[in-house]
Ligand binder design. Structure first.
Ligand code: RM4
Ligand code: MN
Ligand code: MN
Length: 433
């Protein structure tokens, strides 16, 4: 294989030198400030360094809407090039060592080879994702009217077999979880028998569940609408929770932040799922109206913080079954996907560190003494603390970039990739997510 451009470590450290002085100054200042609150800044750096979020294989390609996609030069053309981009993100931000694959968009021809390619770059594979919301060329039965819940048994069997195939590929890649999101539902009142559709879902999922290795988990991902615009089979966390309970101890509920109606209190859903021992993890993104798949923390950073407040509370309490899998699930339509993913990963670490800054004793006292103002002020104090120096130091000490976006831009990575990756005729990038 011809040599492919990579950002080398020396470039990153030289770049870091330029900003190191002010980072150290800010870090020092923040450490003094936190000391007054009895917080050791080094503990927060360790927390920041321990945070991990997976990159979706489809996220490094340019996204699009159902109207258009505007691909940019140098975007990855296959799963190997996608892994190159994931490795670049990981190198600069240090918190994204895992990749989540969508099948068949990124189905590997040789899973062993792909696993080795990833390993050489310090990457591994997180949850698998099936796709029964589209028809693939040569596919026998259409998913136009559903997949796992389709009235015809043959269609359901095909969808079940696809999910089992994803698990098989995942085994070869070293993955330990499988995420199922289906688009099944109805566009018109009366189109679907609502209860029967859910019964079929469970029947199909039982077969998929039976194919899970002992140390695997299956994640049920709900979404309230789209592509079905009247009724969706797995529409909310209640339905997801019911199904996870029916299926058994390896089934959990995955929360994609964009899959709720506007203004829904997602942090409460998170708290409930934690309490019921069924939280699978997250697809992080942000939204204003629906499943907008915008960059994490770009529209509602306080909501993101409040979600992490629940997660950190559960972490500190060592809640049973609490082992959330984190992934970014975003569509980068107008930005460079690498830049968006790096910024989003940093936003998650920020929210996580800020949530660790919450004075839990103070919050609990305020709650027990019925003092809502003090409770809110306690949360706000953490949320308004600028933890940027902690994030920068955590990255730099791990060999990453103090300023990942600037370092990336100045490396010329995308321009080099535009030369290395001329558009191949007839290869449309997968999906329009
Ligand atoms: C869905 C859902 C799934 C993702 C697809 C592409 O809305 O978020 O997680 O795999 O989009
Ligand atoms: Mn999702
Ligand atoms: Mn989605």
């Amino acid at each position: 294989m011809p040599t492919h451009f990579e950002i080398d470590d020396s470039f990153i450290s030289e770049h870091n030198q330029k900003t190191n002085d002010w980072v150290e100054e800010d870090y020092e200042h923040l450490s003094k400030k936190l000391r007054r609150q009895n917080v050791d800044i080094e503990d927060l750096v360790a927390k920041a360094q321990g945070f991990r979020v997976a990159i979706p294989s489809w996220g490094v390609g340019t996204g699009g809407t159902r109207f258009a996609r505007f691909p940019a030069a140098g975007e990855p053309r296959d799963i190997y090039e996608k892994l190159e981009d994931c490795a670049t993100i990981f190198k600069l931000v240090c918190s994204t060592p895992a990749v989540s694959l969508h099948i068949p968009w990124d189905k590997p021809a040789d899973a062993g080879d792909l696993r080795e390619f990833a390993r050489q770059r310090g990457l591994h594979f997180d949850a698998m994702n099936s796709n029964t919301f589209q028809d693939q060329p040569g596919q026998k039965h259409s998913y136009k009217f559903g997949s796992l819940t389709h009235p015809e048994r043959l269609v359901r069997e095909q969808a079940i077999a696809h999910n089992i195939e994803c698990i098989e590929i995942g085994k070869a890649l070293g993955s330990k979880a499988h995420t199922v999101w289906i688009g099944d539902g109805g566009n018109f009142p009366g189109q679907q028998h609502i209860r029967r559709a859910l019964e079929r879902y469970l029947e199909s999922m039982r077969e998929i569940y039976a194919a899970l290795p002992d140390d695997w988990r299956v994640f049920i991902e709900h979404k309230f609408y789209e592509p079905a615009f009247y009724s969706t089979v797995i529409n909310d966390w209640g339905t997801s929770y019911y199904c996870a309970r029916e299926l058994g101890s390896k089934a959990f509920c995955l929360v994609d932040l964009g899959h709720h109606a506007p203004n829904v209190n997602i942090e409460m859903i998170v708290a409930r799922l934690i309490q019921f021992g069924k939280l699978a993890g997250f697809h992080f993104n942000d939204s204003k109206y629906g499943d907008d798949d915008l960059d994490s923390g770009s529209v509602k950073p306080f909501q993101l913080f409040l979600i992490f407040n629940e997660l950190v509370d559960a972490e500190l309490n060592q809640e049973p079954y609490f082992n959330p899998a984190y992934m970014l699930d975003q569509s980068h339509n107008v930005t460079d996907p690498i830049e968006s993913l790096m910024m989003s990963a940093a936003e998650l670490v920020r929210a996580y560190v800020q949530a660790h800054l919450v004075d839990r004793q103070e919050l609990s006292d305020a709650q027990e003494k019925c003092d809502p103002l003090r409770a809110l002020a306690t949360l706000k104090q953490a949320f308004t603390t600028d933890v940027a120096p902690i994030l920068a130091v955590a990255r730099a000490r791990a060999g990453g970039a103090i300023d990942p976006i600037r370092t990336f831009r100045e490396s010329g990575y995308r321009q080099r990739k535009a030369e290395e990756r001329p558009v191949r005729k007839g290869t449309a990038a997968s999906g329009i997510v």
